[in-house]
Every structure is written in C-alpha cells, then in structure tokens.
Design a protein around this ligand. Structure first.
Ligand code: PXP
Length: 250
C-alpha cells in the first residue's frame, strides 16, 4: 500500500491558451482554478512562459490571490522568472526547461549544463520559503544530479511514457526513477501527457506523491465540464492507488 496520499494538481495553462486565441478575457484561468478546487483538485499549476503564449503575468498575480489549496508555479531558470516567483510567493516552484520554438515542454532540465545556476535558484527559492522542484527526465542520473543540487522534489517527465504507455520499459523507467528519488529522500512528482486513459499505471507508483495534469483535463472539460473532468481524474487515481487519494467532493 502506498505510504503517501497522492495529490492532483491541475495545470490551467490551456484555459489561458483558449483565451489568448482572441486576446480577450474568457475563459478565465482564475475561474478555472476555483472550479478545479471545488471539484477536489489538491493544487493548481501554471507555467509562465518567457514568450507569454498562454499564462500572463496578471494571471500569476490573480492566481496567487484566488488559490486556496496550493500554487505550483512552473518557470524557466532565468533571472526574470525567478524575480516573479520571489514576488509572487507560490507554495512551490517547478523549474522547467524552455525553448521558444517548442510546442510544449519536450524534455527534462539539462542538469549537466550550468548546474551552479540551478543550485543558486533552488537556494534562493528555498530561503524565501518556496518549495523547489525540478522537472527532469526519468533517469537515475537526473535524479542523482537533482539531489546533489539540493531540491525538495523532482517532477518526472512522463512524456515518453504517455506516447507509448503500452511499452513496459517506459513505465519501468518512471518506477525506477521514482524509487531512486525516494531512496535519496526527495519527494517525487510526475506529469506531462497524462490522461484518463494512461494515468492509472503512473498513479499506482507508490513513491509518486503529486501528479500535474493539464491538457487532457481542459480538453475533456469541453465535453463534460471542468468539474466532472477533475472528478473523473481523481476517481481514476483513487482506483489505481487503492483509494489513497482524497475523494472528490460530492
Ligand atoms: N508538468 C510540467 C512541468 C509541464 O511543463 C507540463 C506542461 O506544461 C505539465 C506537467 C502538464 O502537462 P499536460 O498539459 O500534458 O498535462
């Protein structure tokens, strides 16, 4: 039986993507955050990209005010973004790699390149009382480097698994990375490309405490509504974790 209750954080980026299609005011990611929390989300995640393609600076300030659960802000490890994090004070920052031409975050952080910069960012965040997580590829090397850098948590990139959930090796690499991180005493999160169809085997990995899921929930919400889409995901996690997940409210 998994020891830690697993949390679901909903990434509201793609609510902002839809709004930015018209550069208007709807749909509002702040309203989405409220609905997700009412539906049982344990936290809200948003990625302020350097190109501001979806979430805007004003969304980050607004989310900080409306989120009652837990705010996980995803950012590139650059001075501009770190200054925003320190001013916003989310409960957690997840440092992610960013390339302007990518459609989405395609891989984990390159921890071999300029580790001093990542270490300094972690120290700055932690001394401001912000939990620091690193979005990494699910390999033992990435986990060990992350631990050396002094982070509180790693978020394992589930993109490779999500593209081929039937391939046993993809799930095994997540499991092994999660076990290694837990053995080193760092918290384990996971996310990217997870959906109601592929979430259960990942959710069942005992060491994974937190899932960050966005695109599939916002997509599903078009057909069943956001509240139902969040509740469905929680139920899928609960069944995979033998109910070690807080139930969605009635
Ligand atoms: N975790 C991180 C670090 C991400 O960058 C993303 C995508 O922005 C997600 C989770 C959520 O991925 P998806 O939208 O595919 O569920």
């Amino acid at each position: 039986m998994p020891a830690t209750r697993q949390r679901l954080y909903i990434n509201v980026d793609h609510v902002a993507t839809l709004r930015q299609a018209r550069r208007g005011s709807e749909p509002d990611p702040l309203e989405a955050a409220r609905v997700c929390e009412a539906a049982g989300a344990d936290g809200i995640t948003a990625h302020l990209r350097e190109d501001r393609r979806h979430v805007q600076d004003s969304d980050v300030r607004g989310l900080r005010k409306v989120i009652k659960t837990y705010f996980n802000l995803e950012l590139a490890c650059v001075p501009e973004m770190l200054a925003i994090a320190l001013a916003t004070k989310p409960e957690q920052v997840t440092l992610v790699p960013e390339r302007r031409e990518e459609v989405t975050t395609e891989g984990g952080l390159d921890l071999a390149h300029d580790p001093g910069r990542i270490r300094a960012a972690i120290e700055e965040l932690r001394s401001a009382g912000i939990r620091a997580s690193l979005f990494i590829d699910p390999t033992a090397d990435s986990v060990e480097r992350s631990c050396d850098l002094g982070c509180d948590a790693v978020e394992l990139h589930t993109g490779r698994y999500s593209h081929a959930p039937e391939e046993r090796a993809r799930l095994d690499e997540l499991r092994h990375a999660a076990e290694r991180a837990a053995a080193l005493g760092i918290a384990v999160h996971a996310g990217h490309g997870l959906s109601i169809a592929n979430v259960r085997p990942v959710s069942a990995i005992a060491e994974i405490e937190e899932l960050n899921i966005g695109h599939s929930i916002v997509s599903r919400a078009l057909f069943v509504g956001l509240r139902a889409a969040v509740a469905e995901m929680k139920e899928a996690m609960r069944s995979a974790r033998m109910f070690d997940v807080a139930p969605p409210p009635p």
